[in-house]
Structure formats: structure tokens, C-alpha cells
Design a binder for this molecule. Structure first.
Ligand code: GLN
Length: 564
């Protein structure tokens, strides 16, 4: 589609946090993308952290890793899963980043003696960042985290308003995603908090174009009229968005409400009706599955108030659903606390996943789960820490390396099969915890005669060395010998399989199906498998970060297929 002027859509939240702004934003973007518009999405997190790398997943949900090594709030994951595009870390803006950049410029004398102030400098910095992150798009969606009326998101709303002058009012849309509570004793959805959220926007001179009403149930006409009467938003611009079982149904619901047509009209965009057939087919699989796979996710679950624990493994959760829908099935996930593991319980599952993690909590339980999977021929997938612990288990119980361990848990172990590389140790000594991580995309050279190769090949995910070899080399300093087959996945970890133990592990039958070859000659293990097992595969990477609704991650599909 040919769009003359770039359009900007701001999505803010009303009444409470956690109303699902992220999935609504992803869904609107999807609907526009389905109409051949080039969309860009930006997430603003008004906190002072530079990124989510230092945040506790049990409080904030999972840390999402971008292809370029960003550690971000999980909303970017939603965008990628819906849109099937790679989104850069630049598309996540935090208050910490904005201030850091302003202060650095000030110290460098870039303001030429001026007083540096929130208005105009802070606002300009925000606007520049949004413009940069959305360059080249037809429509840019900007999700402003937090709730309108919050002290910290004021500058972002101010910037959103001032874009109206830069782009023209006709090219800027403000959407408020609000929440309508339904107190049990009243039995009806209340609009008052939403009216107040609209008023909070009005204080910054923003008149929302659309109100998306999140609620347990459908919002009826009389509620919509109330919002029209009390807040001057035409009732046909008040959109009902009740809770749905499957998040991928939200775009279809927005279409059904006529919202997308109204949005396009407001932005003077014309388009043909999109084709949702494949999307609907996958949803239908989840709703009417041929089979339900039962997968045990053996993790560390630390209760933190009422926080939903599933959120700390959301990408794995979604990757399993994507894979199941691809196989006309659905999946039931058993959240197994590694601290309270028992084999009888594990035996009830079709497959076992040991996900990523940090620290010593639940480690022995995870190792026992891996042992159980290996010995009983149960399909197993190890992700990051899950792979490291699979190596520990193999070293202890197959190679007879007594008390083998990762130095993350036991720094004094006799057999440090998982360890930190010497140069990382130096970085850590300087106290730079973040800089010692392998973050973002890395290339693995895979062996053709492996399960890993077979399944990645089937999904068109094997790249030949001829493709962009130079760029890869440049940005991840890997060596890719001529003729090799390459898999690229995202990483977030500090420890590696200790090169000193490669030989003994291999001699006892552990297959290294993929290696990252560093230019200094060090080989890092990326994929392992057991050739004589039904499916025992693990990876140092996080393949869950490249799983998309219509394009599942190969290893998750292979894990479920192995259950059949
Ligand atoms: N704790 C391990 C490491 O730092 C694994 C990290 C992870 O699973 N993401 O290497």
C-alpha cells in the first residue's frame, strides 16, 4: 500500500495496569499488517531502569531478548509473536535511557550553554527516539506503559500530543485501553473509572479517538452511550474487548467490532479485506484439538503475591501453543516445581522441558527430571540452563564424573563441566555483571547428521554460509567455514560447556549437533542430543524467542511430534 504521510497511533492505558494493552497493540498492528501496511511498534516503559535485564522475572514477567541483544519487557515478545518480524531493542524506550542520553549530551557540552529542561529537551529526546525507531514504516504504533494519570508517563503523553503538530492531527490517533470493573454485588460493568481516565488524558489536551473497553464480559450499548454522554466520545468509537481464551483471537474480535475499519477511516487509509484463513485455522486447532499434549515444565516457581507465574515463562508457553496449533492440537502445561519433584508425577506427562534459569534453587530437582527423561526415553527439551544441567547430569551419571557441576552453583566442584570462560571472569572482577553475558543472536554451525539439522531444515531455518556471511561474522565474531549449515538463535547466559570436557562427553555418546566457532579457536556448544533416545535435545540458546503464531519454533514442534 502506498501511504503518503506516516501515521502514528498512541496506545495508553486507563484505570489499572495489566489490562492487556500489549496484546491489543500487537493485535491492531497485526490487522494493519494483514492489509499490507508496513507497521512499526514501539514500547515505552516509563521506569528508570535502562532495560529489563536487571529485573526479577517473578515480579515483572519474563525478560525478552531481542535479536540485537536487548533485554526487554515482555511486550516486545507479543509484538514479534503476532507480527512475525524481528524488533530491535531500539523499539523499547525507557525513562532511564532518555535521561542517560540527555545527561551524556549535557556533559559533552552538546547544549551549548543552554539550560537543559524537561520541556523542550526531554520531550524532543522522546520524539527523536520514536522517529528513529519507526523510520520507514507506514503506520507506527506506540504503546505507553503504565496508566494515564501516573506521574511518570506524563512526558510521553505530552510528546504524543505534540506529534499532532508535527504530523498533522489527521495522521495521529490516540487510543485508550481502559478497564471496566464489574463488582459482583452490582452485576454490571461500571464506566466511571474510564470516564476519569479520559479526563486525565484531557488534562494534557489529548482527546482519545477510541476507547477500547477491556472487561470480563462484552460491553453493551448502554455502557457505550454512557461514555459518549459523560466523556464526549462517540459511542461507535467505544469498542468492546472482553476476555478471550486465546490471545490470537483478539485481532479477529477487533475486526468483528468494526474497529479496524473505523481506524482506517479515521486515518484516511483504504484497503482490501485481509485474508485471515491461516490464522483462523490455527485458532481452530487450539479450540478443537485432535490431541492434547501434556508437557511438564520443570522450573523454579517462587510465589510472589498474586503474580501469575506463567508470565515468567510466557515465551515457552506460547512456543508450545504455536507448535501444538501447527500439529492441529493443543497443549496442557504442567508447572512442576523443581523443589518438589516426584517421578510418579513426571511419568504422567508426554514430554519434559527444563527451561532457562539462574542460581541454585531447584537445580537438583531439574537434574533429576533430566535423568528421568534420559532413562525412560521420554521426549526432553532443555533450554539454556536446561542444556547446561543436561550436561551436568550426563557427566555425573554417564561419564561417572563424580559431583560434576556448573560453577554457577558449586564454584569448587571437582568437575566444572559448565564454567565461565577466562575472559568473562576478568569482566566479572570489574563488577560488570551485564557485560559478561552472551546476549542476542549467535550463529551455530550444525552437523548435517543430526535431529537438530533435520527439523530446522524442514522449517526452512538452516542458512547456508553464503548468506550474509560477512554481517554475521562482523556482529557476532563467529567463524563460519565454507559449506557449513548455520542456525541462528538468541542467547542470554553467562556460562558455557567447559571446552576441557568436550572430549569426554562426546566419547560417552553425547552428540554436539551445533557449535559456535569463535575466531580465537574456542568452540562453544550450542546444541546437544542423544542419538539413541526418542528425543533428547537441548540448546544453549532460547529458541522460544523466535517462535511465532504462524511459524512455530522447530524444536518445539519436534518435541511434540516425538510424543506421538
Ligand atoms: N544461568 C545460566 C547462565 O548464566 C543459564 C542462563 C539461562 O538459562 N538463561 O549461563
Amino acid at each position: 500500500m502506498n501511504v503518503k504521510n506516516k501515521k502514528l497511533i498512541f496506545v495508553s492505558g486507563g484505570v489499572i495496569s495489566g489490562v492487556g494493552k500489549g496484546t491489543i497493540t500487537a493485535s491492531i498492528a497485526k490487522c494493519l499488517q494483514q492489509r499490507s501496511l508496513k507497521v512499526a511498534v514501539v514500547k515505552i516503559d516509563p521506569y528508570i531502569n535502562i532495560d529489563a535485564g536487571t529485573m526479577r522475572p517473578t515480579e515483572h514477567g519474563e525478560v525478552w531478548v531481542t535479536h540485537d541483544g536487548g533485554e526487554i519487557d515482555q511486550d516486545l515478545g507479543n509484538y514479534e509473536r503476532f507480527l512475525d518480524i524481528n524488533i530491535s531493542k531500539r523499539n523499547n524506550i525507557t525513562t532511564g535511557q532518555i535521561y542517560l542520553s540527555l545527561i551524556e549530551k549535557e556533559r559533552a557540552g552538546k547544549f551549548l550553554g543552554k539550560t537543559v529542561q524537561p520541556i523542550p529537551h526531554l520531550i524532543e529526546e522522546i520524539k527523536n527516539r520514536i522517529n528513529e525507531a519507526t523510520r520507514g514504516s507506514d503506520v507506527a504504533l506506540v504503546e505507553i506503559g503504565g496508566t494515564v494519570g501516573d506521574y511518570e508517563n506524563f512526558p510521553y503523553l505530552f510528546a504524543a500530543k505534540s506529534f499532532e503538530i508535527e504530523y498533522g492531527k489527521e495522521n495521529v490517533v490516540h487510543i485508550l485501553v481502559s478497564y471496566l470493573p464489574m463488582p459482583k454485588h452490582l452485576g454490571e460493568a461500571k464506566t466511571k473509572p474510564t470516564q476519569q481516565a479520559i479526563r486525565a488524558l484531557n488534562e494534557i489536551a489529548i482527546v482519545p479517538d477510541f476507547i477500547i473497553c477491556r472487561a470480563e464480559q462484552e460491553i453493551d450499548d448502554s455502557r457505550k452511550e454512557k461514555i459518549e454522554r459523560y466523556a464526549n466520545i462517540p459511542s461507535e468509537h467505544v469498542i468492546s474487548a472482553p476476555d478471550l481464551d486465546i490471545v490470537y483471537e483478539i485481532p479477529l474480535k477487533l475486526e468483528k467490532e468494526g474497529f479496524i475499519d473505523k481506524l482506517l477511516k479515521r486515518l484516511s487509509l483504504h484497503s482490501r479485506k485481509p485474508d485471515w484463513s491461516e490464522w483462523k485455522k490455527r485458532i481452530n486447532s487450539l479450540k478443537n484439538p485432535r490431541r492434547i499434549f501434556k508437557v511438564a515444565l520443570v522450573g523454579k516457581y517462587i510465589a510472589s503475591g498474586h503474580f501469575s507465574l506463567a508470565d515468567s515463562y510466557i515465551s515457552i508457553n506460547e512456543a508450545l501453543k504455536h507448535a501444538a496449533a501447527f500439529l492441529n492440537s493443543n497443549v496442557e502445561i504442567g508447572w512442576i516445581d523443581a523443589n518438589k519433584l516426584n517421578e510418579k508425577q513426571l511419568a504422567l506427562f508426554d514430554a519434559i522441558i527444563v527451561p532457562g534459569g539462574f542460581g541454585s534453587t531447584g537445580v537438583e530437582g531439574k537434574i533429576n527430571a533430566i535423568k528421568f527423561a534420559r532413562e525412560t526415553n521420554k521426549p526432553f527439551l532443555g533450554l539454556c540452563y536446561g542444556m547446561q544441567l543436561a550436561v551436568v547430569e550426563f557427566a555425573r551419571n554417564v561419564c561417572n564424573l563424580e559431583e560434576a557441576h556448573t560453577t554457577e552453583v558449586n564454584p569448587k566442584t571437582k568437575h566444572p563441566v559448565i564454567d565461565i570462560l577466562p575472559e568473562q571472569r576478568e569482566i566479572l572482577k570489574e563488577g560488570k555483571l551485564g557485560a559478561s553475558m552472551r546476549l542476542g543472536e549467535y550463529a551455530a554451525v550444525v552437523e548435517k547428521d543430526s535431529k537438530v539439522y533435520e527439523v530446522y531444515k524442514r522449517f526452512g531455518r538452516i542458512r547456508r554460509d553464503t548468506m550474509k556471511l560477512k554481517t554475521l561474522e562482523e556482529f557476532r565474531k563467529g567463524i563460519i567455514p565454507r559449506g557449513s549449515n548455520v542456525i541462528i538463535e538468541r542467547h542470554r547466559h553467562r556460562y558455557e560447556v567447559n571446552p576441557k570436557y568436550h572430549k569426554i562427553l562426546q566419547q560417552h555418546g553425547l552428540k554436539f549437533s551445533g557449535l559456535h566457532l569463535r575466531s580465537d579457536g574456542i568452540k562453544l556448544v550450542e546444541f546437544i542430543e542423544l542419538p539413541n533416545h526418542r528425543f533428547f535435545v537441548a540448546t544453549q540458546a532460547h529458541p522460544e524467542f523466535t517462535s511465532r503464531f504462524l511459524r512455530p519454533a522447530p524444536l518445539f514442534v519436534a518435541l511434540l511430534e516425538a510424543c506421538l
